[in-house]
Structure formats: structure tokens, C-alpha cells
Design a protein around this ligand. Sequence first.
Ligand code: MV4
Length: 459
Amino acid sequence: MFKKVLIANRGEIATRIIWACKELGIKTVAIFSEADRDALHVRFADEAICIGPAPSIQSYLNIPAVISAAEIANVEAIHPGYGFLAENAYFAEVCEACNIKFIGPASETISLMGDKAKARSAMKAAGVPITPGFDGIVEDEEEAAKIADQIGYPVIIKASAGGGGRGMRIARNREDLLTSLPAAQHEAQLAFNNPAVYIERYIQVARHIEIQVLADHHGNVVHLGERECSIQRRHQKLIEESPSAVLSPELRRRMGEVAVKACREIGYVNAGTMEFLLDEDNNFYFMEMNTRIQVEHPVTELVTNTDLVREQILIAAGERLEFDQEDLVFSGHAIECRINAESPTTYAPSPGLITAMNLPGGPGVRVDTAAYPGWFVPPNYDSLIAKLIVHHRTRQLAIVRMQRALEAMIVEGIETSVPMHQRILAEQDFVEGRLSTRFMERFKNDGKPARVGEGTAGR
Ligand code: MV4
């Protein structure tokens, strides 16, 4: 096992990784920017090294600075968390070259999954269902129109170097397509320095369902069921839950088996997530694979009684998974609300000093956060300040538990998304499990916090 690990991240995920290291008896090294001197991950790590100024490009994304810190502290491994360098194949390669274990998949795997067109082809070859479309890059308007006629409108143009919803365009007819294609290529060139785009059939009403997998270096691969992440705004997830209200045990098993088989085929190692679209007829289609620990991993941890970050570290150290598929028992229902420092009505960022704070607790409530009263939320980074996760026997009970936890989640001095969550959880469509990736388009936010019992949840 590793003696010392560097955490190349900040915020709640940095503290989350520190907790896992402590339980494994591993010493931790934090890195921090000048804006994060008073951050909690700095206080709880055994050592902390300042790696640069506030802008992440000069600190958390600064590969030479991160590697220098790792060399100075003499760590055996780096955990990248999510965001920042977590899915940077070059960074993983530099770690490997410096004899520092990157806690994640091989750099080649990150590269493959980072190229969305290649990932689609690889998944198709591994027997994973993909949306009707064309596997390969679309060069010009003539070719695009021919493909679109074959697969049928509407189609979606996606940037191969994109992902997470960046660089996508929907075309409803040929005319749309002829103007959208060059625009999408131009956008992709500007955003990713790569104009490559591909075309798929656009699934208009769908749920976002993702399967969590773990794979070790000894050929053991398991899936840990699904998370439904259909409640999103501008491709930012707001609420995630497990299990999905609509997956039958049979469909869960099928999707899980597909994910496990795909991981075996591509030689995937460590934690990963396969994202699928689930249409109204329960057909599922591969979208992309995330090669990192995800923000929403706690909902899976609560329903499977596992510690995914611990498993990531064990896997990277060459250990075997602590359980196999038959050992995994899915129990109850978990929901996560992402608490952002932002206006609950306009969604504008709301950095600043947290003057007072109360975190909810009690049965079945977990809070992952690195915020504390007196902490100044810097304006330089993502606005996620806490994740509120609840677990209960049923979905209905979990919703009620989340409502009472949101009531006790008090943050003063800055605005947060707590009132928005209270409203979403009181929506009849949410309570009855009628979710889709378009949920937030219909959601009218009047900014008034809903009270427990205002929805139809209960008992
Ligand atoms: C799609 C799709 C419908 N059809 N692909 C969004 C993020 C990235 N993972 C892929 N995404 C989607 N791909 C096909 N063929 C719907 C989404 C999608 C979405 C699209 C528009 C607005 C919000 C969305 C939320 C989740 C998924």
C-alpha cells in the first residue's frame, strides 16, 4: 500500500480523498493556490504545498507545479479527484513517466474516452448499444446531409473533443444541418483546437442514466448499479439519485452487464462511469465514459455500502477489489442535492464570506463539504460548496428526508441553491419520478422556498 499520496484538487473532493487515505493509514499531501490558504483540505492534510496564484491555470492545472510538489513531498501516488487534471491524459502520462502512480485508468484509456468519436466506435465494437448514427468524423455538408437522411431527423452534431454537452448542436432538418455543421466545426476548433464533429440521431426525450464500474488489475470488474442524473441545467447536474425510479431489476442487470463487458473489452482499470441515454421505450444508448471519480459518487456509496475512493486507491496500489458482483447488495434509495454558491433565481455565482453556517445531520444524512463558517468562498473556482446526500428505505422517504435536511442546511453571507432544491423536490413531476433531461426547461423558479409537505411526498 502507498505510504503517502498527493491530492491534486481542492474543495469537498479533496477532503473526501483525505478521509479515505486516513482510513487506509496513508499520509496525505495537499496542494493549494494562494486563494485557498485557509481551505479545509490544507488543514486536514499531513503536509500542504502552495503551488501558485489563484487562477487555476497557474495552480491546480499547472502540471509542472503539481509534479514538482509531488517530487518534493516524495509521494508514491496522486489522486486527481474530478475536474482540473482528472481526465488529462498528458498529466496521467507525466505521472507514469515520473514513477508516480496516477490514481485512475491508464493514460491510453483516458485518451480513448476523451475522443468521443473513438469512444463511440470502441463501445460499438464492445457490443454496447449506441444511438443510430455514423461512427467516424463528418467532413463536409454533403456527407452530413447523406448521413442525416439515412438516420433520420432530428440529428445532433457533437464535437469529438467535446463532452459533457460542450460543442453540441441539434439540427431538425437539412436546412438546419447545412448551417449548423460549419458552425459546429468552427466552434469546436475555437473551443478544443480540433474541428472534428460526428453526427447521431437526436433522442428528444430521455433520461440520463449512468452505470458505476470498478475494475482492478487482476481482471475483476463489477458494476454498482445506476445513478439517474436527469435533473440538469446547462449540462450541470443539480440532483442525482440511485436507483432510478424507472429501471427494472432486469434492465439494471442488462445495463450493468453491458458496462462490465465493455470494461473487459477495453481493459479498463479503476473507477469509471458509463453514461447512457434511456428513451421512453426503455432503449439505452451509450453517450460517453467518464474516467474519473464523479461528483455524485456518494449516492452509489450509500445504496451499495461501499467506499469508492478507497477502492480507487486500493486498485491503483495493485490490490484486489474488496468484493465481487455477488457480494454487492443494493439497499434503499439515495438522493444528492448539489449546493452551489449561487443565486437560487438567476443562478449567478455568489462567492464571498460565509458568516454563519449549520450543516444538517441525523439519520441517513451525509454532507460532503469543505466549507465552514468564516470561510471566504473564492470567486475563482466551481461554485459547488457542499453535497447533501440522504439515504432511506424508499424514494418517497428519501425525498421527505432531503426536504427536512435542506431546511436545516443554513448558509449565511452568500446565496445558495438550497431554495431551488426545495422547490424542485416539491414538484409533482419530481415526486412522481417523471424526470427527463428537459425537466429544468419546464421548471419555473419563483425563488420562494417550498416547505416540507407542500409536495405530495410523505409517509
Ligand atoms: C444526446 C442527447 C440526445 N440524443 N445525444 C449531453 C451531454 C453529453 N453527455 C451528451 N448529451 C446528450 N446527448 C443524442 N444522440 C441528449 C443529451 C443531453 C442533453 C441535450 C440537450 C440538453 C440537455 C441535455 C442533458 C443531458 C443529455
